[in-house]
Design a protein around this ligand. Sequence first.
Ligand SMILES: Nc1ncnc2c1ncn2[C@@H]1O[C@H](COP(=O)(O)OP(=O)(O)OP(=O)(O)O)[C@@H](O)[C@H]1O
Ligand SMILES: O=P(O)(O)OC[C@H]1O[C@H](OP(=O)(O)OP(=O)(O)O)[C@H](O)[C@@H]1O
Ligand SMILES: O=C(O)c1cccnc1
Length: 494
Amino acid sequence: MSNKYEDDSLALHTDAYQINMTETYWHDKMHYRKAVFELYFRKLPFGNGYGVFAGLEKVIEFVKAFRFTESDIDYLRNVVGYEEEFLDYLKEIKFTGTIRSMKEGELVFGNEPILQVESTLAEAQLLETALLNIVNYQTLIATKASRIKQVIGNQKALEFGTRRAQEMDAAIWGTRAAFIAGLDSTSNVRAGKKFGIPISGTHAHSMIQVYKNDYIAMKKYAESCARRKNKVFIPLVDTYDVLRSGVPAAIQVAKEFEGKIEFTGIRLDGGDMAYLSKKTRQMLDQSGFTSTQIVASSDLDEDTILSLKAQGAQIDIWGIGTKLITAFDQPALGAVYKIVAIEDEHGKMVDTIKISSNPEKVSTPGMKKLYRIVNTLTHKSEGDYIALQEEDPQKEGRLKMFHPTHTFISKYVTDFEARSLHEEIFVNGELVYENPDIFTIQAFVAENLNLLWDEYQRTLNPEEYPVDLSQKCWDNKMRIIQEIKEKVKGRTSQ
Ligand SMILES: Nc1ncnc2c1ncn2[C@@H]1O[C@H](COP(=O)(O)OP(=O)(O)OP(=O)(O)O)[C@@H](O)[C@H]1O
Ligand SMILES: O=P(O)(O)OC[C@H]1O[C@H](OP(=O)(O)OP(=O)(O)O)[C@H](O)[C@@H]1O
Ligand SMILES: O=C(O)c1cccnc1
């Protein structure tokens, strides 16, 4: 081992600047002031019409365990040399605040708070990097998986990506995110054990290469399948020649082992999979194996799957690896963590804002609540609605919803239910929320998608889903922007 520190606590899984800022606040006696931060992204990934939130389970694990260990303190002393009293303060720090969050599997859109941290300034600041790290990755993968699932429909999808994932944690948590967004199983056995995700597995080309012959390898494999409880036999048929060797060998072995194995499928991993799957289907059917399914894998994503389906490929099950687990076409979600309110010297909460020349990047100040406005006649969502904490949109008989930058785009909604999208996860440092099991979360995603019109769900050029501010929230934002402009003007004219 290249280091002399005995543990690897996660409190240091942060950017150095977070500790630098915390030290400044501590020295200035600002560290204990109450602050509110919000985590959100601005733009949906992959041009998708919605995102699927994942990451809360790991956020809970992280916050629960958040403590600097002796060796963390030693390390900070040795490499930065922070003053001892500050290190003493860090030694004692743990999370004492409140976290509100969307539930895992909730649909999420740009510019709405996924998660809010209300705590001391120091604690809230020190959580930033890890929270973003977790939510950015898992939400990205869940969203990619949901796109793939849109195209696959009711057919089965198997997650195969571990070998290509950006390291071990990404494989484990990525496959969990993919499962909650609608995939059916994982090839990662540890993820199966850790999260209860169903596991599945066929075999690799190497096994055929070892025996140098499709028929002999498949026969040996069938013998071992026959010894297993589930008896499942899914040979890979494309090592040498799909139609002349792989499929005929699989059929021959399946006939010889009839009653001893379950010939549930064959796997195709290359070549022209539209053509090969159609021919394979014919061969299986002609041999009486009409219920044996065709599994396809090989660099699949929503585009290749859509194209294969359009070509009439006879594929029943899709194995998806690299392009899903690495979010190949967009490797990062840009979620940010912004302070929206801070306690002043009189104990009063004051709203804060970050101005940008790009209107879409100006943060929305204040402590806010997030609602999904569900039309009670159509049972579809009219959009999401961000209101100030003291407001209750459900009390409005006629709710005005308008676009926060193009305000002339507006509508009134009358028959609606304003569903609050935030749950309390921690209250005053206590964990008060129990995350549901992964099957419940998966069902929750499907339920949530039912609330969205198809126009928001298509994978290509979906309609923009409304995420609106209440009039009061919008007025508050404009007032604060105006105040800041006045202040800046005052300074430049001095
Ligand atoms: N009929 C098809 N239409 C569109 N895309 C296809 C079709 N058949 C296969 N593909 C996709 O084309 C790509 C195939 O690329 P490539 O030819 O490099 O791989 P391969 O045939 O699997 O070869 P190998 O097995 O040697 O890696 C994969 O992404 C695969 O999913
Ligand atoms: O293509 P992906 O979507 O990433 O799916 C996973 C891939 O991993 C395996 O290939 P690999 O070449 O690693 O091993 P093999 O010898 O089993 O083909 C498998 O055959 C898939 O092609
Ligand atoms: O079980 C499989 O077929 C599998 C697993 C991981 C990667 N590729 C294929």
